[in-house]
Design a protein around this ligand. Sequence first.
Ligand code: ADP
Length: 170
Amino acid sequence: MRDMEFVLGDITEQDVDVVVNAANSSLLGGGGVDGAIHRKGGPEILAACRDLRAGHYGRGLKTGQAVATTAGNLPAKWVVHTVGPVWSSTEDRSELLADCHRNSLRVAAGLGARSVAFPAISTGIYRWPVESAAAIALTTVADFLEATPDIMTVRFVLFDQRTYDVFAGA
Ligand code: ADP
């Protein structure tokens, strides 16, 4: 297994090649980590997202997909936007949450990234229980790192102590 790290902090401050954004399908910004990335990254990121909407992603980004843009003023080189599934108690959407992590890493690897920071995708506004999200995220990332020949460090950046404790303890 390659390198996985856990940090309590703000993903917009991470000195990594790629910051993963828990975006919404419009790609045009939102609350939570999405809002923070656009605020700190500046208008360049939104401009790049608008270009994507004007081109291949006319209907937006589907749940589980991932796409890269500039990171604007962030210390990172790129932002990889992915859309997490909204939690459902009646339907198992775990594969979509796994897709977010797999596809983000695929896009990052394609860019030649050596380090990638993930937030706790879907656990905020999309209400996914943290224990379950952590299990899916960690298993998926570990599997990816095992299978990829590139050396990549994946850093989970957790915004509050409880989420950090669950991820770091999983
Ligand atoms: P989603 O819509 O996928 O649930 P949210 O942005 O609402 O996305 O929440 C995902 C996680 O990101 C939550 O745990 C939230 O506390 C966390 N978060 C919010 N702001 C930041 C930030 N600046 N850095 C890292 N994590 C953040």
